[in-house]
Structures are given as C-alpha cells and as structure tokens.
Design a protein around this ligand. Structure first.
Ligand code: NAP
Length: 462
C-alpha cells in the first residue's frame, strides 16, 4: 500500500481521522509530532520553550526523513508544508490528503485541547492569518481535499477511503475527457498513454493529471521535464498537453479530470485570467499567468516567468538596464528588473507600447533609436528578433560594449545571433534557456511544494 499522508492546519482532524483510517486499512498510524516527542524525550511546548522553533523544525525534518515508505498512515504537523525537504520526503510514494475545516470549527476543536499559540493574535484571527500564509503550501500538498467541518471522524475516514478507491472523476467524465484529448494534436504515443491512464488498464484513481495549456504546444519541453521529475520524486502524476484553440475548453477539461496544475503558454497567458478563482499579486501586475494550481475546487493563477528572469540576474541588483520589447514577456521582465531595484528603460519598435508598459511598471521608456543614449550595464532582449528562423540581432555589433551583460530571452536557438555578437564583443551573456529552467523550478514548487535543484533540471533537459 502507498503511504497515506494527512496534511492540514491544527484542529482539522489529522490525528483523530488518521487513527480511524489506519485502523480501517489495517496499518499503523504515525503522528509526526508524537514521533518528535518520542525521539527527543521532550514535549513540543518544551522544545519551543527551552530551544526555539528552529530546533523544532530540525527535529521535525529528521523525524520525517526516517519515516517508513509503505503501509502506513501519517499525520503531520500543521507547518510541515512550509519546508520543501519535508515535502520531498512526505510526497514520495504517497497519496496526500489535505484536511480543511471552517475557522469556527477549528477554534472549537482547539479549545478542547489547547496548544501553544502561534502568534499573539486572538484565536480566530490567528487561525485565519496562519492558514492564509500557508494556503499555497497546503494547496501544493493536496492530492485530494476533505472538508472535516461537518463530519465525524468515521465519516471523514470513509470519505478518504472512497477517494483512494474511486478517485474524484466518475467513469463517464473520464471517457468524455479521453474523447476530448483524442481530438487534439497529442502525439500518438502520448495519446495512448493518456487514454490508458484515463480509461484503460493504466487507470489508478489516485493518479493526478497536469499539463501544458497552449495552442500550439507540441514543441513544449515541459511534458518531458515534468514526467521525469515525477519519476525522480516518486509522484503518482502524469503530465500531458492540453492543446486546443479555446482556453475555456482546456480549463473545462482540466477541471473535469480534477487536474492538479497547468503550465500556461502562448496564446493563453492573458485570457486564462478570466477562468480563475484567484490571481497572485505579481501576476496581476504583470498581466499574465503561466501557472495554474488547482486545489479544493479552486483554480489559483500565478506567474513564474518573472522569477525565471530574476534568478539569473541576482548579481545585478541596481543595474542600469535597457529592456528591448514591450510585449508579454517584456512585462514579466520589467517586473523582475524593477524587483531587483534596477533603473529600467523600455525601448520598443512601437514607442507607445513602451510608454504604456513603462507607466504601469514604473520604468522609463523610449523609441528603439534611443539605445545609444542609454549607456546600460544590462541589456535584456524581450523581442522575437533572432528567434529561428530569423538570423538577425536586435542590436548592431557596434552598440555592444564589453562592460555590458546581455540577456536574450529568445531560446530557439539556445545561442542566438545577439548572444553570439555579445560574446564576440566581450560581454557577459545569459541565454534564454535559463528562464525556462528557473521558471519550471518555481512551477514545480507551486505544484508540489518541492524545491528541485537547478542541476537536476539541467541534466534532464541536456
Ligand atoms: P509579444 O507579446 O508578441 O511581444 C513581442 C515584442 O517584440 C513587441 O514589443 C514587439 O514590438 C517586438 N517585436 C516584434 N518583432 C520585432 C521586430 N522585428 N523588431 C523589433 N521589435 C519587434 O511576444 P512575447 O510573448 O513577449 O515573446 C517575445 C520573445 O520572448 C519570443 O521570442 C519568445 O520566444 C521569447 N520568450 C522566451 C521565454 C523564455 O522562457 N526564455 C518565455 C516567453 C517568451 P511591437 O510592440 O512594435 O509589435
């Protein structure tokens, strides 16, 4: 039996429901808090009082790393979801169930078994605030969600057993989804595998689906990357392509098969916003979404492109930057550069668009020909100039100075005409593939709470 791991805020019933569930499955129940107390010979309040939270988290990490891999139900501490290493250990070979409950229910339950407060706030406010702070980590921890507000422990355990046996997608819905995918340009081997997982011998109710949403998206390397990561981290998930001209149709299918997440690409990064329940602040400011996480019936959208652009520029804080282009990816780049405290000038073929983006991002702006007056430390190309089959560079060779760092967001080919010219001029260079690597890492963290080292992603993509 795969492990069953119960996540959730304190008072959502992890220990009580986990005990019943384990009894009904005929396997042991292990509570990570009880294990920490047993292994350290101290109670948790004692650990917090005599040491600190840091010490508690270390003990927690050690206890979790040593948990058995099979035939067990595990109840976890409410804060484990915040640590990517814990998530890596807990998610491996496990079905993860997020328990939720209304604030009033949690307060009532906690009043019966008081625990040390997490903040100095009144009870209701503390519960609301801590859940809000952790909610995206809880979403990442959820293969399935069970609201325990109005259930007895037996009922909640019964519901979990039902999910393990039947999943959340009725057979006719799976068949309808399989038909929908069959009408998309999914390559034959990928289509056969997906059909088998949805309606054939490969079907397992616990398998979760993810995919790239685009039109077209046959070129995307995300299916290769994510499916290899699922193998590495032993996640019962499958990543496919949702390739259709309508984002509403894609979202409908994704919701119908209770998908765990989507990577969103061209041309849906703006349009998908109308299909979501919640949008991250950064994504709203950028005006584009490239990641959708589904949990407990809600779809949450965010943007990891800007994080993928920011990461390779971490050593360039405060630089004088020129951003070429004012389209979709330029908006994410402007957000990343401003977040790094840079002085940013946006130059665009159509200056009015540069002005509009500059005004909403707090940057300067100008026309393409203004480049020679800007004297930048950093140049970021966010236009498609130089993208295969184009062989041009957006700048003349004499505009490149060896003191500059040149970052080309175009990644086909990996070494673009701009990068070649910049290297010839002695500039430091960053290639567009770096953005894909870092944004995918952030996306995986949003989907599963696990932090994948860059080296692992590089090896898979090599
Ligand atoms: P977009 O929304 O269509 O914007 C294109 C921008 O480039 C516009 O500002 C446009 O200027 C300008 N432009 C187009 N052709 C030009 C030309 N011949 N000369 C000068 N400027 C030109 O496209 P996008 O989604 O931002 O994508 C831009 C590039 O970034 C693409 O090559 C894409 O592959 C790449 N990209 C890379 C990553 C990554 O992970 N590395 C992620 C996303 C995108 P006007 O306003 O005058 O039309």
């Amino acid at each position: 039996m795969r492990r069953i791991v119960l996540f959730g805020y304190r008072g959502t019933g992890k220990t009580a429901i986990g005990t019943v569930l384990a009894r009904r499955l005929g396997v042991p129940f292990l509570d990570t808090d009880a294990l920490i107390e047993q292994q350290s010979g101290r109670t948790i309040p004692e650990i917090f009082r005599k040491d600190d939270e840091e010490r508690f988290r270390t003990l927690e990490r050690e206890a979790i790393a040593g948990l058995p891999a099979r035939d067990i139900v595990i109840g976890t501490g409410g804060g484990v979801v915040m640590d990517p290493k814990n998530m890596e250990h807990l998610r491996a070979q496990s079905t993860c169930v997020l328990l939720t409950a209304e604030i009033a229910t949690i307060r009532r339950r906690l009043a019966r078994a008081p625990r040390p407060p997490l903040t100095s706030l009144p009870a209701d406010q503390e519960i609301a605030e801590v859940i809000a702070r952790r909610r995206h980590n809880y979403a990442a921890a959820a293969d399935f969600c069970v609201d325990t507000s109005r259930t007895t422990n037996e009922e909640a355990a019964g519901r979990i057993l039902g999910l393990l046996e039947h999943g959340t997608i009725p057979a006719p819905v799976r068949e309808a989804a399989a038909k929908w995918f069959a009408a998309t340009p999914l390559p034959a081997p990928e289509r056969e595998q997906l059909q088998s997982l949805l309606t054939g011998p490969g079907h397992d109710p616990r398998t979760r689906f993810l995919g790239v949403a685009g039109w077209p998206c046959g070129h995307s390397r995300s299916p290769l990357l994510f499916n290899r990561l699922f193998e590495k981290y032993q996640l019962d998930c499958h990543y496919t392509r949702f390739e259709d001209p309508s984002i509403s149709a894609i979202m409908e299918t994704a919701r119908s098969i209770d998908a765990k997440g989507l990577s969103v690409t061209i041309p849906f990064k703006q349009d998908v916003m109308a299909c979501l329940d919640e949008i991250d602040d950064a994504a709203r400011q950028i005006g584009a979404i490239n990641t959708v996480v589904f949990a407990c019936g809600e779809a949450y959208g965010c943007n990891t492109d800007w994080l993928g652009i920011k990461k390779p520029l971490a050593g360039h804080k405060g630089a004088r930057a020129v951003l070429l282009g004012a389209g979709g990816v330029a908006a994410a780049a402007a957000y990343a550069l401003m977040d790094l405290g840079m002085e940013v000038t946006i130059l665009n073929r159509t200056p009015e668009k540069a002005r509009a983006l500059a005004e909403r991002s707090g940057c300067r702006w100008g026309a393409w020909d203004d480049f020679d007056r800007t004297n930048p430390d950093l140049v970021v190309n966010a236009t498609p100039v130089g993208m295969q089959p184009d062989t041009k560079s957006p700048l003349r060779d004499d505009q490149l100075k060896k003191e500059m760092t040149v970052f080309d967001l175009v990644y086909t080919p990996p070494v673009t005409p701009l990068i070649t010219a910049a290297r010839k001029a002695g500039c430091a260079t960053i290639i567009g593939t770096e953005v894909f690597i870092h944004q995918a890492r952030e996306q995986f963290r949003l989907f599963f709470g696990i932090d994948v080292p860059d080296t692992v992603i590089r090896e898979i993509l090599a």
